[in-house]
Write a protein that binds this ligand. Structure first.
Ligand code: AP5
Ligand code: MG
Length: 217
């Protein structure tokens, strides 16, 4: 399956993506993770991306589109993928459509995690991620077994640089201005599957399984 997971910052895209990847054996492509990996490794791309990410702004389209096209050209994603955090502007979505069309491919679903803005800040600010493996937790809604320690590899849990309240608020504003128009864009293509994101993690998981099982049959 070729999937996109869409939703505002802190909606739960990454949390559900981890589950979809495991359950449906689909490679996960997160542009945010690609940038964070580049920042960690001190690459030029990482330096450029960081200057935007720290302010809560989007990395310029031309930079993001090239990275995704390159990733989507690899062998392991020819049968399917889950895009998380891309596309994020109409220009990115148009490029993705054109790229897939050239290859005789198309998307199967755009899972839109729909959450009220008031709970997004709490979700993002309470998030903790493992410094070594990237696993994500929440201090209240998805706590690790031991405080500050990753369940999977015992790595230290840290806060993302862009998870301060002020930056999260900018990211939400940017989402409404530049990314939310994609809801109508994909609705018009008959690809949008709305998921009620205010439910708990397990309930959302079940809703996604129902939607995706429906596509498989
Ligand atoms: P990115 O990494 O994509 O961040 P984002 O879109 O802001 O989304 P998040 O990762 O913050 O949230 P999420 O929806 O994955 O939530 P999560 O599952 O972790 O992008 C970061 C930056 O990179 C951007 O600002 C931009 O600068 C740049 N960038 C990336 N892609 C780009 C692109 N295509 N174009 C341009 N720039 C780009 O959950 C959040 C927390 O809530 C966790 O703690 C989790 O445990 C908890 N939680 C999850 N679900 C629930 C639930 N149902 N109930 C309670 N708690 C929950
Ligand atoms: Mg994420």
């Amino acid at each position: 399956m070729r999937l996109v997971i869409l939703g505002p910052p802190g909606a739960g895209k990454g949390t559900q993506a981890d589950f979809i990847v495991e359950n449906f054996k689909t490679p996960h492509i997160s542009t945010g993770d690609i940038f964070r990996e580049n920042i960690k490794n001190g690459t030029d791309l990482g330096k450029k991306a960081k200057s935007y990410m720290d302010k809560g702004l989007l990395v310029p389209d031309e930079l993001v589109i090239e990275i995704v096209k390159d990733r989507l050209s690899k062998d392991d994603v020819q049968e399917g993928f889950l895009l998380d955090g891309f596309p994020r502007t109409v220009a990115q979505a148009v490029s993705l459509d054109a790229f897939l069309e050239e290859r005789g491919q198309s998307l199967d679903s755009v899972l839109n995690i729909d959450v009220d803005t008031d709970i997004l800040v709490e979700r993002a600010v309470g998030r903790r991620v493992c410094k070594t493996c990237g696993a994500s937790y929440h201090v209240k809604y998805n706590p690790p077994k031991e405080d500050g320690v990753c369940d999977k590899d015992q790595g230290p849990l840290i806060q993302r640089d862009d998870d301060t309240e002020a930056t999260v608020k900018t990211r939400i504003k940017v989402y409404f201005e530049q990314t939310a128009p994609l809801i109508d864009y994909y609705k018009a293509q008959g690809l949008l599957d709305n998921i009620d994101g205010k439910e708990d993690i397990d309930t959302i998981r079940k809703e996604i399984v129902e939607v995706l099982d429906g596509k498989n049959n």
